[in-house]
Design a protein around this ligand. Sequence first.
Ligand code: FCB
Length: 462
Amino acid sequence: MSMHTRRLPSPAAPSAADGAPGPGAELRFPAGFGWGAATSAYQIEGAAKEDGRGESVWDTFSRTPGRTRNGDTGDVAADHYHRWADDLDLMRDLGLGSYRFSISWPRIQADGTGAPNQRGLDFYRRLVDGLHERGISPMATLFHWDLPQALQDTGGWENRDTAYRFAEYAEVLFRHLGDRVPVWLTINEPKTVVQNGYLEGHHAPGFQDPQAAYLVAHHLQLAHGLAVRALRATGAGRIGPALNLHPCYPADDSAEAARAARLHDGYENRLYLDSILKGSYPADVLADLGPDSRMARGIADGDLEIVASPIDLLAVQYYTPYYVDGEGGTVSRWPTSQADWQQIYPDGMYDILTRVTRDYGPVPLTVTENGLPQADVLAADGTVDDAGRISFLRDHMAAAHRAVGDGVPLESYHVWSLLDNFEWAEGYEQRWGLVYVDYPTQRRVLKRSAHWYREVIRANGL
Ligand code: FCB
C-alpha cells in the first residue's frame, strides 16, 4: 500500500456473505452489486445527419482540419444508431446489469431549444425499452459534451442562459423517459470541458482562455443543479453528477509540494465536489482565481443553493492519479497506458473512493468509468487478446472491493467502454472497448477481456 493510502476512520467489517470466497470468486462483491459498461452518444452513434439531428460542437470541431488525429470524426463511429439492437444483444450475452449511455442533445433539439424532435426521442425510447426487455438497467447521461452548435453560436457554456436551456432539455427527457430510466446523470466530467475545451483547447470548442474556462465551470455546475431541480419537479428516478476525480499526491516531502498538491486537488476535485455536496466553492481555488475573475463575477446570489440541490448518487470516473511538485507541475510516477496522460495506479481507485466518503459523507457512489486504451489487434483466428486490459480491470476492481470492505457505499461499477469508439481528439487509434469494432465492416468481436468480464459478472466477484 502506498504511503498516501489512507483508511477510513471506522471501517465497517465486511459481512461473512460479502467477504467469503464464492464459486470462482476470491473477492465477492455485495449481493445486488451492479456490473455495467459505459458509452456516449457522439463516440458510438454515427448517423450524424439522420432523423433530424442537429450539429454539435463536436461535429464542428472534428471536421476542422488538424483538430483530431487523422481527421477522424464521429460521422459513422461504431454505427450504433443503426446497430443498437445487436449491441443490446451483446450486452445481454455479457450479462450486464447496467448500461450507461448518453443522450445526444442535438437529436432531441436540433438547435438546443424548442419543441423536441420526435424521431430523436423515439430512438432513445427504443433503446431504453430494449434494455428493459433484456433485463439491463438503463443509466442515462444527459450531457456528454455534444452541445448543439446553435447554442455555441450564442456563447455556449460561457453564456449563463445555456444552463437554463439545458434544464429545459432535461425536462423534456424526464417527461418522455422518466418512467423507464431509473438513474440519470447530469453533466459528464464538467472538468474536462473546462480544462480540455477551454484551457488547453484540444477538445471542442477548442479555446485557450482561462477566464472563460472557470466561468464555464460555474455554468456547468449551475446547469447540473437546475437539472436536479427539474427532475424533482417533473420526473421520477435518481440523479447525480458524473465527475472524473483524481487523487493528487505531493511528488516529494517538501511543504511546497504539499501546498501545491492541495491547490491542484482544489482545481481537480473540490471545485466540483464542494459546490455540489457542500454548497460552496473551495476558498483556495477562488482566492487563486482572484476576486475579479469572470467566474467570481458570474456567481449570482442563490446559485450555490441550486448547484447544491440534494443528489441521490455520485458517479465517479477514475483513470489516473496526479503527483504534484513544489512548482505546481505534475510528474509521472507509474507506467502509462497508450494514453500518455494515464498512469496505471489501481490504489488511486481505493484512495479516491474512500476520500469521497470520508470528506463528503456516505453519499451512494457508482463508478461510471474506468478502463484502459490499447492498440488491440484482431488476430487471424478471430480473437483479440487484450491481457493488459484484464489485469488493469482486475486490479482496479480489487481496489474498489477493498473500498467497499472499508465502508464505502459503492453500488455499481461500469467499464469504459463497451465498444471501441471515437476517442475525441485521439480519433479511432485508441481502443477502449471490451468489444472490438472492425470499423470497415462494423463487425463486433468480443475481446478476451469481455469473456473475462462475463465471468466476473456471473461470480459477482474476482
Ligand atoms: C473520459 C470520457 C469518455 C472517454 C474516456 C476515455 O474522460 O468521459 O468519453 O473519452 O475518458
